[in-house]
Ligand binder design. Structure first.
Ligand SMILES: [Zn+2]
Ligand SMILES: [Zn+2]
Ligand SMILES: [Zn+2]
Length: 771
């Protein structure tokens, strides 16, 4: 490359941006420069780090070649720019202390699972951090959850309360040490400590609180354990009584619990483990991974009733490893420390208050969690990672965008809320905020918005929100004075999120299938085929409307929507159909619902695909009521796995002025005939799935013929249904469509804020262009 002689002295300046602060990047560069025999310096810069190296040309070349290849595990380089500098002489390479006062734009690292080096030290009786539950280094430990402000250094984290001892300080100051500038660096002498508290909050006088906790868990007790992003409620996953008690006290019926398993080898006993899932389990993000369970696993039946999948994760905080090493259990239920759908508890006092009716004891510590952050949830489908909940370990790593935009805040939807801040060409999605139907989540929502604005140093003048006027997030947006509001239709946002994640430009066919989203006509949409770009969309096809008797109540009682479909297609005398599920319903209630449907009182119209799943699940006799969101649909999907049926219930396309309605009459005709014949639920479910796939491919074909579009984006919560997703993907590909879907960002409403932000960014740009 260079024409200079290898011996000539060169000086090069390198600017690096990305996650390069607080992740051991400067010591790494220091060691590399020394290894190459170069002089110069490295300093933190507003956007990352600045490096200058000087020495013989061949050594400088070697440095530049190795630099991007050997970066430390937590570092993430977004850009690396190189220029010539004037040689200055000098015989050493120095780490120059950072300049405060400059506007910092460097990225913040997410929390990272404890690394192998730290685990080794923690298990070594001769190490000064033997069994120390807060061991960390520049390659691991808490980041986002202890962050108060930027730039990221100890004084702006919850570690500010702990003054480093001489030994820790020496490590912190030594560029060759693994703990050089490791902000949460600590030890037994100077750092945070754990305590075991009784259910009533009294400190229990025990020498080793963690060993005692393990003993309690072994006895079948429930212990609230303070972790990285919040409290977990823990109990032995093989102890039937303990798991049942936890369900009863937490008032959580049937919704699966996640389990933390001692080692990855043990996971293989409980679940079928593919290569990618194994990699995800062991990744430094340590998400909960949904895995097909083995029936003979020996777990308590209450862990995940009626579910073929288990949510499994491995220990990630040093504290978790210590719990397992001192107890005789293979797996612990580790469920969010909350009551029902409230936000996860993070503060000791708050936890004692909120969880005292659930936990027998509390394992707490005195390092404050400043950012609530739930465990992330992923699964592998179609051979790729599918994000279901993007939180701890992933936040605040940005999603890279195709182009720059002015700062935008998008406030997300109502359920599974996240917010998104766009800065430049990066979109920062917040951690999972949760369901804003729950007033407990409002504070968390506001906190997440404020914190992201602070750490990213942007105060957007444009706020994107859902079209639904009553959502908490929409109302919150309206209350911000001096800002421009851009409302984005729910399903358009889903498709835009999918486009953004896949870096698509132009116009696509968007299939947005989910439970609920407010439509431009005021109806509840949810089975939508759109032709969309980032600015506008056309609703080309949708499922036929049916009344949703009782609105939200119908979501908890799938029989209502089943009755609504029956009344729509067969008239009000549905008892003549002799369907077994009707016998489960109180005749008086049934009549009320029939009247509601007929008169269209409290029965908004819906085209929801999620509700169609509910109706079918109720009709085939799976369940008339649900205990958690989407339970009926999930159980319907589970049932189909037992069938290899290739037949399909046909859905017909009814032409409209500008597109099609997807008619459901023939589907119900076939289904009812099958129920009369006594067909198996497995086969009926499979035929239903096959029918959906067939009609969706049919719609795509028709659109391609008319509009010459062949890129299809799949988004919305229904695509968390692996069977639907994988079969539709395969069928569309077979018909030569280019199919795009989510991986980094949830297909469900957790990804909405990203799509809202993109639509708003493009509309703002278009408006600026047109004056
Ligand atoms: Zn470490
Ligand atoms: Zn110390
Ligand atoms: Zn949605």
């Amino acid at each position: 490359m260079t024409e200079t002689s290898p011996m000539a002295v060169l000086r090069k300046a390198v600017d690096v941006t990305g996650i390069v602060q607080g992740v051991g990047f400067r010591p790494f560069v220091y060691r590399l420069a020394n290894a190459c025999g170069l002089s110069g310096f490295i300093a933190n810069s507003p956007a990352g780090v600045s490096i200058e190296v000087e020495g013989p040309a061949d050594r400088v070349e070697e440095f530049l070649e190795r630099l991007p290849k050997e970066i430390p595990p937590l570092a993430k380089v977004t850009s690396l720019s190189l220029r010539d500098a004037r040689a200055q002489g000098g015989d050493s390479f120095r780490i120059v202390s950072s300049h405060l006062g400059e506007p910092p734009k460097a990225l913040i690292s997410p929390d990272v699972a404890v690394c192998e080096d730290c685990l080794r030290e923690m298990g070594n009786p001769r190490d000064r951090r033997f069994r120390y539950p807060f061991i960390n280094c520049t390659n691991c430990g808490p980041r986002f959850t202890i962050l108060r402000d930027i730039p990221y250094d100890r004084s702006r984290t919850s570690m500010a309360a702990f003054l480093m001892c001489a030994a820790c300080q020496a490590e912190y100051d030594d560029p060759t040490n693994r703990r050089f500038h490791a902000q949460p660096n600590a030890c037994w002498d100077c750092g945070p400590q754990v305590q075991l508290l009784s259910a009533t909050g009294e400190r229990m006088d025990v020498v080793e609180p963690i060993r005692e906790t393990s003993r309690l868990l072994q006895q079948g007790k429930i212990v609230a354990v303070k972790g990285l992003g919040g409290f977990h409620l823990a109990c032995d996953a093989k102890n039937e009584a303990a798991v049942d008690l936890l369900r009863e006290r937490k008032r959580r019926v049937e919704k699966p619990f996640a389990i933390m398993v001692r080692r990855v080898e043990d996971v293989a006993h409980l679940c079928t483990l593919d290569q990618l899932s194994r990699k995800l389990l062991l990744s430094r993000e340590r998400p909960i991974v949904l895995l097909p369970r083995k029936p003979e696993a020996g777990l308590a039946s209450g862990v995940a009733p009626r579910n073929r999948f288990l949510g499994v994760f491995l220990p990630y905080a040093p504290l978790h490893h210590l719990l397992f090493s001192s107890g005789k259990f293979e797996a612990l239920v580790m469920t969010s420390g909350n009551l029902r759908e409230e936000p996860i508890a993070i503060d000791n006092v708050e936890a004692l208050e909120r969880l005292r009716t659930i936990a027998d004891a509390f394992l707490v510590h005195d390092r404050d969690i400043l950012r609530r952050c739930d465990d992330s949830v992923v699964r592998v489908s179609a051979g790729q990672t599918q994000m279901l909940r993007r939180s701890r370990g992933y936040v605040p790593v940005p999603v890279a965008l195709e182009s720059e935009s002015e700062p935008i805040l998008a406030v997300g939807g109502e359920l599974k809320n996240t917010v998104c801040l766009v800065r430049g060409s990066e979109a920062f999605l917040s951690q999972h905020v949760g369901d804003l139907e729950n007033p407990e989540s409002y504070g968390f929502f506001e906190e997440a918005v404020a914190h992201f604005q602070r750490i990213l140093e942007v105060q957007p003048k444009v706020i994107a929100h859902d079209l639904h006027p009553d959502y908490f997030s929409t109302q919150w947006a309206f209350e911000r004075e001096g800002t421009e509001h851009i409302s984005v239709q729910h399903h358009h946002a889903h498709i835009a999120a999918c486009m953004a994640e896949n870096h698509l430009e132009g116009t696509v066919i968007g299939m947005a299938l989910d439970g609920t989203g407010y439509g431009t006509d005021g109806a509840i949409w949810g089975g939508e085929i759109l032709i969309a770009d980032y600015t506008v969309f056309e609703r080309t096809a949708h499922f036929q409307y049916v009344p949703l008797p009782g609105g939200a109540a119908a979501i908890h009682e799938p029989w209502r929507i089943a009755v609504s479909y029956l009344a729509k297609h067969y008239g009000n005398d549905i008892s003549a159909l002799h369907l077994p599920f009707l016998k489960e319903i109180e005749p008086r209630k049934l009549n009320v619902v029939l009247q509601m449907v007929q008169r269209e009182v409290h029965s908004p119209r819906t085209s929801s695909c999620g509700r169609l799943f509910d109706a079918v699940a109720a009709l085939v006799g799976l369940r008339t009521k649900v205990n958690y969101e989407a339970q009926a649909a999930i159980e319907l999907e589970m049932a189909a796995h037992d069938s290899a049926e290739e037949g399909a219930y046909l859905l017909n396309l009814i032409p409209m002025n500008s597109g099609w309605q997807i008619g459901t009459r023939s589907l119900f005709d076939w289904l009812i005939a099958d129920i009369e014949k006594g067909a198996s639920v497995a086969d009926m479910s499979r035929r239903f799935h096959n029918g959906l796939v067939a009609v969706l491919v049919d719609v795509a074909e028709k659109i391609r013929a008319q509009r010459e579009l062949s890129r299809v984006c799949l988004s919305g919560g229904c695509f968390q249904n692996v069977l639907l997703f994988e079969s539709l993907l395969a069928a569309l590909r077979k018909h030569q469509f280019d199919v795009y879907f989510h991986s980094e960002v949830p297909a469900g409403d957790g990804g909405l804020s990203l799509g809202q932000a993109l639509v708003a960014a493009h509309r703002a740009k278009a408006k600026a262009k047109n004056g």
